[in-house]
Ligand binder design. Structure first.
Ligand code: MN
Ligand code: MN
Length: 457
């Protein structure tokens, strides 16, 4: 196995960097699941995809080559390109998640303490809280008013915008704090976001908080109570960056799993008139167990496949069940990249390295593979064949040494339909930290691997 960089011609290297640049812009702009869905739809419509709900409403039948998408509650995007073969032969599916660990505002966020206004939070997904303090943070989200209107909020991304942040104790007074274990050194309830420090004139109590609320009212026409029906996500502020003096990597927020979401989406955009129907889904809530109406455990995908069967061939229960059971899926999710600062957590024969291409994880889970999908070797053999034929660089890995920890993906949920599923994605350093790192070569290889899967499996 050779490092991928060595195989590229000068022209190919340019392609790798050009593709990485479109990716860098995507993750710089799309820092919430909703923002990913909006941008995903924009890209899809540019490539001729139509809203499937319009087809359902107008009774428009679908034919081979047609492209449709479903927007589920603004938080999931499922896309399909109808193939020439009958749906009962199954689909080739790419599935990635577009939610990432972050810090959410509570429903009653605002308070004031000695003339500093703050927002109270409840973190989302698996974070090391100590990584999220003393950083410039941005606010992204929606506020839903009682009249049914929704306001989109983004504060902290433009160079002229203010940022917010979470404070940490000065080193001079940290003797006691530094005795605590890392999981306690910053407590979850202490992740309070500083919002301001100027009191509103003539306000009698909580004047600084009142001033912040006045600013929000002026800019967005929203009241304090409107934040009860809001989702405000606190995320690292600013764009993703080229990483390393050779610019071979990208440092950015939310690359778990937007690196696989973007490469899966862009792979689908390269497909025209496929043999089998191909699909890409970008889903919410993976980081908290795939729950809720927008998580993979929701029936939204199954429901839309039933609609698809109806629009393509006329609804038939057996066709629908066969379509799901005969499908093949890459659960496009990230893997852990080897970190030279922490080599002890890996078993090096089964570890993912930067620059060696897309990673296959036969299983994830924890302990004795608990909670994992554990893909079938027959399926892995098929994938090896198509990727070798397409000259894609790929590697196989475990998340880490046995019994060192673990993780999960959406693979096991889709496997319930009896479809073949395996985890495969891009290796990430600093996973779940505010700034994660990937290799540009791996991003490029992942996209090509997904294209080969859609066309040839
Ligand atoms: Mn993930
Ligand atoms: Mn994750």
């Amino acid at each position: 196995m050779e490092i991928t960089w060595k195989k590229y011609s000068r022209k190919q290297k340019k392609e790798v960097f050009a593709f990485a640049e479109t990716y860098r812009k995507f993750i710089s702009d799309c820092k919430t699941e909703r923002e990913c869905v909006i941008e995903g739809i924009r890209i899809a419509e540019e490539h001729g995809f139509k809203n499937i709900e319009d087809c359902i409403r107008d009774g428009v039948k679908l034919h081979p080559g047609d492209k449709v998408y479903l927007n589920n509650k603004g938080k999931d995007l499922a896309l399909f390109i109808i193939g020439k073969k009958p749906l009962s032969e199954g689909m080739n599916i790419l599935g990635a998640h577009i939610d990432s660990p972050r810090i959410d505002w509570k429903q009653h966020p605002f308070y004031e303490d000695h003339d500093i206004a703050l927002a109270d939070t409840h973190y989302y997904g698996g974070i090391k809280a100590y990584q999220w303090v003393t950083l410039p943070l941005a606010l992204h989200g929606v506020v839903c008013r009682k009249d049914g209107t929704t306001v989109n909020i983004v504060i902290g991304e433009k160079a002229s915008d203010p940022v917010v942040g979470i404070s940490d104790l000065l080193i001079h007074l940290s003797r006691e704090q530094l005795q605590k274990t890392a999981s306690k050194v910053i407590e979850g309830e202490d992740l309070n976001v500083t919002l301001g420090s100027i009191p509103l004139e003539k306000a009698e109590k909580e004047a600084v908080k009142a001033n912040i609320l006045k600013l929000l009212k002026k800019k967005y026409d929203i009241e304090e109570d409107d934040f009860i029906s809001a989702e405000i996500e606190v995320v690292p502020a600013g764009p993703a960056r080229h990483y390393g003096l050779d610019e071979s990597m990208i440092m950015g927020y939310g690359q778990d799993d937007r690196v696989c979401a973007f490469t899966s989406l862009m792979a689908l955009m390269e497909i025209e008139n496929p043999e089998k129907t191909v699909s890409c889904m970008l889903v919410d809530k993976e980081e908290v167990g795939s729950i809720g109406s927008t998580g993979m455990q929701s029936y939204f995908y199954e429901n839309i496949v039933a609609e698809l069967v109806d629009l393509v061939e006329g609804y038939n229960y057996l066709t629908f069940r066969r379509c799901l059971a005969n499908s093949k899926m890459l659960s496009s999710d990230v893997s852990a990249a080897y970190d030279p600062n922490y080599p002890s957590v890996n078993e090096l024969k089964n570890t993912a390295f930067f620059g060696y291409g897309i990673v296959i994880n036969k299983y994830v889970g924890s302990g004795g593979k608990s909670g994992s999908n554990d893909a079938n070797p027959e399926f892995i053999a098929e994938i090896r064949k198509i990727w070798d034929e397409a000259e894609v660089s790929w590697q196989t890995a475990e998340l880490g040494r046995v019994n060192r920890g673990g993780g999960g993906t959406i693979a096991y949920i889709m496997a319930k339909y009896n479809m073949q599923v395996i985890d495969s994605g891009v290796a990430v350093q600093n996973m779940h930290a505010p700034w994660e790192v990937v290799s540009k070569a791996d991003v490029f290889e992942a996209k090509n691997a997904y294209v080969a899967f859609c066309k040839n499996i």
